[in-house]
Design a protein around this ligand. Structure first.
Ligand code: CMP
Length: 137
């Protein structure tokens, strides 16, 4: 099915100037960008975005990191884009992220892992609404 997903280049990815490469990967695959913005993240937005991790020991670190500098938030559309984007992003654990994936090419730590992508249809709808508003969901 044609879906939309939420992707966010994290502060480490913005800092390393890989936004262009990341956009290129999704364009080459055949997906269409429906929204994008470079922005600073408030603590409130960060805590809402990562609400499902609020009880984890690394929650504070996660919120500190995502609010530490600008992020590049995007909405992408296309066939099965939610699961295909996750495959293109690569595994969260550096020891499991394959070369050729975004994390496998750019990241060596679980916390500074360059990009976030929605993990399900429900997350995609929630995250697009949170970051871009209901009009884009
Ligand atoms: P993301 O896809 O943005 O969703 C949750 C994030 O939590 C994940 O990417 C990782 O960056 C982060 N994360 C997961 N495990 C840990 C951990 N043990 N320590 C710090 N951050 C983590």
């Amino acid at each position: 099915a044609i879906e939309k997903t939420f992707l966010m280049v994290k502060p480490d990815g913005v800092d390393r100037q890989v936004i262009g490469d990341i956009i290129d990967r999704f364009e080459r695959r055949g997906f269409t960008m429906r929204g994008a913005k470079l922005m600073n993240v408030s603590r409130d937005l960060a805590e809402k975005h990562y609400a499902e991790h609020s009880e984890r020991p690394f929650f504070g670190e996660l919120v500190d990191f995502i609010t530490s500098g600008p992020v590049f938030a995007m909405v992408w559309e296309g066939e099965s884009v939610i699961s295909l984007a996750r495959i293109m992003i690569g595994a969260t654990k550096p020891s499991e992220s394959q070369p050729g994936t975004i994390r496998g090419d750019y990241a060596v730590t679980v916390s500074h892992n360059v990009i976030h992508g929605s993990d399900s249809l429900a997350s995609a709808e929630r995250e697009i609404g949170l970051w871009f508003g209901e009009e884009l969901v």
